[in-house]
Design a protein around this ligand. Structure first.
Ligand SMILES: *Cc1c(COP(=O)(O)O)cnc(C)c1O
Length: 396
């Protein structure tokens, strides 16, 4: 056997070992949960060296913590960033990025289909602080390019999007944004670093709701940001001052969940593809949205920037919301819930999940039909999921 280490281990290996090598685990094979608020020092000089960043160590739990640091480093290695900072939730991470890098008079260009909470930051909060936000039709690349050209400090992208699984071209839009000196931020929650590496495609910052696929078990909230050192320093400072810090217990659950990230995502990619193909041929279904389907509007972009098409798909039932109400409770292997990216399959309509705050008319205007179902594929045997879907469709 060749025992030389590879220069760059595979993401699957990094998900297992990343961030844990060389860390003092007191001899434990697993990173312990360090539930200490503060850390003490034998003398003032040693303490001062840590406080001023001259030597490694921890001072106070709002700033850093050993368990939390392992989680941050694991994600950082997977995303290929220079540094990484975690938060208590995905929304805290997004808030941290936007509020640390923006100031009155700055301009954000983004897309209409970003995550619901992100969209509210854009429409209700940033304008209150004198930041201008322009939201473009999600996969209209020409419109995004034109808006970026009119002045842009942050280009904020999400791909694939929620709930119609649209794809935007990270490489193409990052190049345009850098021409005007904008910082490119990508929400990589749906893809995960197993399927997509935004920093390699030109983005400056990548973020996750770790609550979803990274953790993968719907038992811990968390957010994480990775990217260049100088931007991450600003974001870290905002986090330590405003205090939306990841709890060590949550960090432990996220680390444990990430060990199987490679296996879970490989299964979810394969199952979602099979389910999308099955649904596409069904006579009770109007339309299926999945970037792996060759008839997806931006399938070519998905092929060029993704290593797998992910575990999220959506489909439109004939018969609108009435059919959705009848169909969903018939499913056996599914949680009707607001989360996604879990080992269990999760489903729900946009009316109760991603777009709960909009009226039916607003959803229709946004191109989100009332007959739509968002389906997050779990790790169950795909033939059970397909027969479950088939049985429920037969009832319609
Ligand atoms: C869930 C989600 C968020 C918000 O994350 P929380 O952990 O719930 O705060 C942000 N972006 C995307 C794409 C999400 O799915």
């Amino acid at each position: 056997m060749n025992t030389r280490h590879r220069e760059r281990p595979s993401p699957k290996t990094l998900a297992v070992w990343g961030g844990e090598e060389g860390v003092d685990k007191l001899g434990a094979t697993q990173m312990p949960v360090v539930n200490s608020v503060s850390f003490d020092y034998p003398d003032l000089d040693t303490w001062l060296d840590v406080a001023t960043g001259k030597s490694a160590g921890h001072i106070y739990g709002r700033n850093t913590n050993p368990t939390v640091e392992v989680f941050e480093e694991k994600v950082n290695l997977l995303e290929g960033g220079e540094n990484s900072v975690s938060f208590s939730t995905g929304m805290a991470a997004i808030t941290g990025i936007l509020f640390s890098l923006l100031e009155p008079g700055k301009r954000v260009v983004s897309i209409k289909d970003s995550y619901g909470g992100t969209n509210v930051l854009f429409t209700d909060y940033l304008p209150k602080y004198g930041v201008q936000v322009h939201l473009c039709d999600t996969d209209n690349h020409k419109a995004i390019e034109s808006q970026v050209g009119q002045g842009c400090d942050i280009l904020y992208l999400e791909t694939p999007t929620n709930p119609t699984v649209k794809i935007v071209d990270i490489k193409r839009l990052s190049a345009i944004a850098h021409e005007v000196g904008a910082v490119v931020v990508v929400d990589n929650t749906f893809a995960t670093p197993i399927n997509q590496k935004p920093l390699q495609l030109g983005a400056d910052i990548v973020l996750h709701s770790a609550t979803k696929f990274l953790g993968g078990h719907a038992d811990a909230l968390g957010g994480v940001v990775s990217g260049s050192k100088h931007l991450l320093n600003e974001i870290f400072r905002f986090k330590e001052i405003t205090g939306a810090s990841l709890h060590p217990e949550s960090a432990y659950l996220l680390i444990r969940g990430m060990k199987t990230l490679g296996l879970r995502i490989a299964q979810q990619n394969a199952s979602a593809m099979q389910i999308a193909q099955y649904l596409q041929g069904h006579d009770k279904i109007d339309e299926v949205f999945y970037p792996g389907l060759t008839n997806h509007r931006n399938h070519d972009v998905a092929v060029s920037q993704m290593q797998g098409f992910g575990g999220m798909l959506s489909f439109k039932l004939k018969g609108g919301y009435g059919a959705v109400k009848k169909f969903l409770p018939q499913l056996r292997y599914v949680n009707l819930a607001a989360n996604l990216g879990s080992v269990e399959t999760v489903a729900g309509p946009p009316a109760t999940t991603s777009h709960v705050e909009c009226s039916p008319e607003e959803r229709e205007a946004m191109g989100i039909p009332e007959g739509l179902i968002r389906y997050s594929v779990g790790i169950e045997d795909v033939s059970d999921l397909i027969s479950d879907l088939g049985n429920a469709l037969q009832e319609l």
